[in-house]
Design a protein around this ligand. Sequence first.
Ligand SMILES: [Zn+2]
Length: 718
Amino acid sequence: MAPAQYRKPPQLPPTFTATPESLITDTQRLIDRSRDVQDSIVKNISPEKASFKDVLLPSAHDDNKMAIEAHIIGFYQAVSTDSKLRDASTEAEKLLDDFGIESGMREDVFKLIDAVLQRKEELDPESQRLLEKDHKSYIRNGLGLAGPQRDRFKEIKKRLSEISITFQKNLNEEAGGIWFTPEELHGVPEDLVSSLKKGEGENEGKLWLTFKYPDLFPTQKYATNAQMRQKLFVENENKCNQNVPLFKEAVVLRDEAARLLGYNNHAEFKIEDKMAKTPKTVDDFLGDLRTRLAPGGVKEIQHLLALKQQDLKERRLSDDSSRYFLWDHRYYDRLMLEKDYSLDQQKIAEYFPLSTTIGGMLKIFEELFGLVFVEILGDDRDQLAESTKGSDIVWHEDVQLFSVWDDESEGKGFVGYLYLDLFPRTGKYGHAANFNLQPGYIDENGKRRYPATALVCNFSKPTPKKPSLLKHDEVVTLFHELGHGIHDLVGRTIYSRFHGTNTVRDFVEAPSQMLENWCWTPSQLRSLSKHYSYLSTDYEQAYFESSGETKKPSESMPHELIAKLLSTKHVNDALFNLRQLHFGIFDMTVHTPKSHEEIENMDISEKFNKLRHEISQLDGAEVVDGSKGWGWGHGQATFGHLIGGYDAGYYGYLSSQVYSTDMFYTVFKANPMNGKEGRRYRHTVLEKGGSREEITLLVDFLGRQPSTEAFYKDLGLA
Ligand SMILES: [Zn+2]
């Protein structure tokens, strides 16, 4: 049971008891209220009298209240087990989006906001920023356009919102896979093989391998049969084909909309209010990085190809040994780590049971940022539920719930709620991500409202013989996503609009990426690790049985193993970053056509595959199955980022890395557990969210302008 001082949060957690009907009525109620607020502003205030307090503030308060319900309404589609609820959630999101488009184009409201801006009142910096951003967003919504053009613009926006929702829904509901015989899965870890669904009838004797991460990645890494890896890779690149026309339509419509507003292309429109400001800055950055990475990529391929040739020779196989394929990469990358570095990733995973790793991770964040995480279980859940039914405050029985507090040094106040939803389910969002459920803000009575944030991941489920064990890269992912979660939790802004991770897209990854460095620090790895045989006697016994060992391993990860792991940090790093570059350059390519015809005529699938080959130099099915040429797959159909808000923004993953490495090397490298710096970081950067220019936050924290030096140095490219 939680200590008394942490048992009474000043704000109850939200409930997850919606029905398909209630989702729609609630949404309608939110929309009506919001429309009333705007109507009443327009009715009661004239441009001559318009002030921040009378025009912006009522809308901002309404936005706040809308957000604490709307995010959850939309969240059901990512996590509910009930397909009717997911559908209703999708439907509700459409209604909200459409309403957002309508109200974002209201001329009568814009006139008042424009009048407020002209008035140049003395405002606090965050309110001033709200005013400027709001004003700008109306212009970006086409209010400068005349009649038919404006109608067309609105039509495009609505269609784009529909596309985005359908695209993501198709991804969530994707349920494809392949029937393999056990022989075809030779080499794949037994844990996975034994967990696969067994076929009946015509599939008797076969096993169903899905395209979900816990199935896909280990198979690509370990399946010895190259034809099977190829089949899996190619079919995975061909899933969700309903999304192919949607993707194309989206980029064509975006281009049309940008041109209507007078921009040369969609990227120019999107990047103007980001840190990079212009597509040229982005292209220069990506181009420079590509030039620097290319030679390293070629060298890595040469080495991997030699390894492949040796492997084929040893196994007396006559596969094509002159080329290094996309479906070879995870396999030989893994083999190389085992052969050249004798690194066994499964062995490392034994030291990272999910539950203790999460515990260790939360402890690190407690020390660093002055937080306390208290898991809410059993009776405590009932106490916090308005209905006194603890199951009402989570959306699924797997979900863990924590109340988060400031520690003594930070004043013992309440911080917010954190949820962890860690295992795959049918219909659930298929990647790892952080979702804001309720933002924080200051309400109209001056009272602070606290945030709620959720990590949604897809780690393999525990079995009676083994807990869920995390590969090192999954530990990194967990740190990354929890990094977004912390950013979201400690946000302390006036308006929900700027809360937490509501920063510009080319900065938002930096805080999470910075925390990934903790997973590459020996002291942290040691304190995070705990061999699973120490968790219970059952696990201990199961360990002896499965490993054939007679001696128990050490409890924490041994120093030699840590040293080995660290020595691999940059192995095949150029290829990894070239892959990121492929995504970034593809994104910029489809969003910067020279003319509208160019994008209309572009074969997106071909472009995707061709660019990947040119940038990474890896071969794909284009050289195997000549009939389809470059159009053999359509990776863009599962590239959710480009439809879900990262359009002309994927480069942000790479450019954020510049900031994150700079911050880590400058402030934390010497001592990652420096709590004084951790708290300074929390208060200077994290809690400000998007309420200031991001560059200002960085300069405040670093004490100077950010530099690319640490980034290139870390990549070995300085
Ligand atoms: Zn992220």
